[in-house]
Design a protein around this ligand. Structure first.
Ligand SMILES: [Fe+2]
Ligand SMILES: [Fe+2]
Length: 194
């Protein structure tokens, strides 16, 4: 199994299938790490409606990870383990969220990035039907994830008497996200070229 440094060096020499396997592995990694954020949230939001939504949200993220894994398997390959992907780099920069507002804001920013990546991929002219089907399904889910988590975050910030905390946390994480993404965008664009 190649590690990422090896993969990067060989990026231009990779076959179209290898490129697809790597990009789907990136998506899979982001979904699995997104699921972990949801697991963390489960212990924090105790009301019945939030528990219901988080359970569905978590089920979605693990299903998304499976859908990408299946695309990889259908190509006759196995997922590549990503140890230096978007979420890991993001986590290194943000540190551990210090309160619930931070955890929710981080989740929002991660969902926004996932949705943007999927929409960018789906807009390409050369996407095969199976991949497009997965991209559309996951993008739709990311949109509702993003909206309920953001609503929840703002509600809690209001209840705490600090509504401005929501925007401050979002702003901080979005800035880090943009910087982290800038370090990955060029490689990902190359992978999308066939
Ligand atoms: Fe997802
Ligand atoms: Fe999501």
């Amino acid at each position: 199994m190649p590690d990422m440094s090896e993969v990067k060096i060989n990026l231009s020499e990779m076959s179209p299938t290898d490129k697809q396997v790597l990009i789907f592995s990136f998506y899979r990694d982001a979904e699995l790490r997104g699921a972990r954020l949801l697991f963390n949230l489960l212990h924090h939001l105790k009301d019945a409606e939030a528990q219901l939504k988080m359970s569905r949200h978590l089920a979605d993220e693990t299903r998304h990870a499976w859908l990408w894994t299946k695309r990889i398997a259908d190509l006759g390959a196995a997922p590549i383990l990503i140890d230096d992907g978007y979420q890991r780099r993001l986590g290194m920069r943000t540190g551990v969220p210090k309160d619930l507002i931070d955890l929710l804001a981080l989740t929002v920013v991660v969902e926004e990035r996932a949705r943007a990546r999927y929409m960018q991929h789906a807009a390409r002219p050369d996407v095969d039907a199976e991949t497009l089907g997965v991209l559309k399904a996951v993008t739709e889910d990311e949109s509702w994830h993003l909206s309920w988590i953001e609503r929840q975050m703002r509600e809690i910030a209001r209840e705490q008497g600090k509504p401005e905390r929501a925007d401050q946390a979002l702003e901080r994480y979005r800035e880090i996200d943009r910087e982290v993404w800038a370090s990955l965008a060029a490689d990902e664009a190359k992978l999308l070229e066939t």
